[in-house]
Structures are given as C-alpha cells and as structure tokens.
Design a protein around this ligand. Sequence first.
Ligand code: SF4
Length: 407
Amino acid sequence: MVKSVCTGCSLLCEDIDLTLKAGGVGEANNLCRKGFGHFSALFNERTIPRVDNQDASLDQAISEAAKILRNAKNPLLYGWSSSSQEAQKVGIDLARKLGAVIDDTTSFCQDVLMDLVLKGKVPTCTLDDVRNFADIMIFWGSDPTNSHPRHLSRFSYYPRGEKRQKGYEVERDSIAVDVRKSSTAKLCKYYFKVAPGDDADFINSVISVLDGKIPRVGDKKKMIELGTVLRKAEFGVIFPGLGLVSALQDQMSLLEALLAKLNSIKPYKVIPTAEHFNARGFNQLLMSETGFINRVSFKDGVSSNPDLGIVGASRSCDAALIIGSDPLSELPFGVARRLAKMPLIAIDPRRSLTTDASRVVIPSAMYGLESGGSAIRTDGVKVSFSSPYPAEKPNDEEILKRIMEAI
Ligand code: SF4
C-alpha cells in the first residue's frame, strides 16, 4: 500500500493507504465513500486531449487554448478550487498577463462566509483545536456526514482529544440547525428546525435568549434550553454550511453579531465547510495578491465587484478557461447556457458536461494520486501531498505554464 492525501473534499485526509488495481482503486484504508468515489471516477471518466470535438495531441490542445485566450477581448478564468496552491499562483499570474477576470467556485457558494473568516471578522480556529478542546459543536445549515464524511469522526464529535478524553457521550454536545433532519442532525443531541430562509430570525432569537429575553420565534422552552447549553460551553464551534450562508447572504453581519454575543460569554469559533479541496487556498492566495478573495478583474489594474462573479462574467466575458470544475452541471441553466455559447477551454482529469461542451479539453493529473503539491484545508492548515502514482500527464501548474508561454 502507498500513502496518499485524499483530495475528495476540503478535509484533505492525510492518513490514506491505498493500492490501485486494473481499472480502479484496490484496497484502501481510511478512505471514506466519497474519497473512494473521487479517486475511482478517474478510471471511468478520464479526459483525453481534444480540439473542436476531435482527438488531438497535448501540444495542439495547449496551442489552441493559448490562441483562444490571446484572441479574447475579455477572457474569464474560472474554477481553481480543485487545483494546488502552485497552480493557483500561475493562474493568477496568467489572469494578470491577460487582463482577465478570475473567479472561483465559492462565488456561487460560501464566499461571503470565507470573506468574514479571512478578514478576521469572526474568530476561527483549526480542526485540531476542535478535536482537542471543543465541547459544543453547532452544525448550522451544514451536513458534513455527507459533504465531508470524516468530519465528525476525525475532528468534530467522536474523537478523544487532549482535553476531551472521555468521549463524545460525556464531554461533547452537538447541535444541528437545519431546514430538515439531515444525516448529521440525526446524530446530534439537539436539533432545531428552521423554515427555509428563517435563519436570520433564529439568530435574533438566540441573541435574545442570551440577553435573558423571551425569544420572539421558535419554541420558547427549547430556545431557553439552547441558551443554557450555549452558556455552559467551554469552547464552542459553529460549522456553517451553504444552508446558512444562502439564507443570510447580505445579512452576514447577523452572524458576526451572534459570534460577538457568544464570545462575550464563552469562546466560540467559526470554521467554514468549504466543498472543494483547495477552495480556501484560492481565496487566501488571491486575497494576499489583490486584497479580494474572488471576482477580480485585472483589466486596467485590479478591481472586484459582484458582476465579476461567474453569473455576471457569463454575460460580459467572451471566452473562458474552466479548471477542475463543472459549472455547466452545477450552475443555473441560464448561466450554463451562456457559458456554453462561448469558446471554452477545460482543464480537468475527468470528463464532465463542461469538458464535453468545451472547444479545447486538456487532461490533467489528479492531485493526491498522480501529482503532488500543496493545498489549504478548510480550517486554514496547509497540507502538502506527494504523487504516489505519478502520471505521464502534466498537472494544472505545468499546463498553465505552457499556456502562458504559448501566449
Ligand atoms: S473526508 Fe474528504 S478528504 Fe477525507 S477521505 Fe473523505 S472525501 Fe477524502
């Protein structure tokens, strides 16, 4: 067996042992079902170099990609959450060279939360701190049992830690706040159901309870019980998910207010549950280079505004390089249709609707299995990985460098 880092989600599990067999993953230790599917898909859905729906050589595909980007008046470079830090750096340099718009998958997802965390507007900590010290976990609009299957077992609920030696039954409390009783909610000690979009009212009720007032919404008895549980925490952590972020959007200041109130009583932190393995890495890197986490244009200097996100950019851009992402499957139909009408370049190890609709397809090596690099875990910890099964295919960084040279 060889050691591997799983790039199936933003937990970047470093304790994977696996073997490969003809046509797939053979034996695997510690790889969850999602990680197994992530690596296995490589063997069923591998991309090959293509230009205009014809098989091509890698050189031809790279040369055609360079031509499309060179001729575009307003190119978009999109994706990035499934690329290494090293590739993201080259991607930002390429966007700068082209005067392009650059955006990542969080711009239709959790970027408002990531912005708060990266700018220090809400307190945060590492998942290792959670394992060692946390006694109250709040899964709010998130369902890590499905999205990050080893979240609860490696970090947030079940493991024993430095100060949490007695096990979750004795020393940890878990709370789920969600519109439905998700798989994670079913494992939690407390479940609070909120109607879709009512998270802001729920936050106001929690703040009222912590202020010693009667809450205006929710079951008053349960809300008062929640206040008591929150007050007795030694170290609490909120794991917001897309459910909470979508419900709040331009009211994220309410989350800040809740954290401020909680922290006036006991230490409470926030850790995002980013989806793709290096989503946080891109946001951090772009922020260090430009001051913005995404939706950046390098035309006439550096600027950022909401219209530079994938939705607006699908209207204003005239060509797109999509890397490690499948926006044609994942984004609303209108956005996907607009993207599909422009010349697309897809860099991806695996076939998808986006690669099938692209004028140029460039196959890449898969991170964690075929290519090394580094990435930032969802809690901000840097993880480096090697390539236990090196591929003959170039990785994202090498492909982007070659495109840049050709331009
Ligand atoms: S939890 Fe995420 S990183 Fe860990 S093995 Fe599963 S998919 Fe891979």
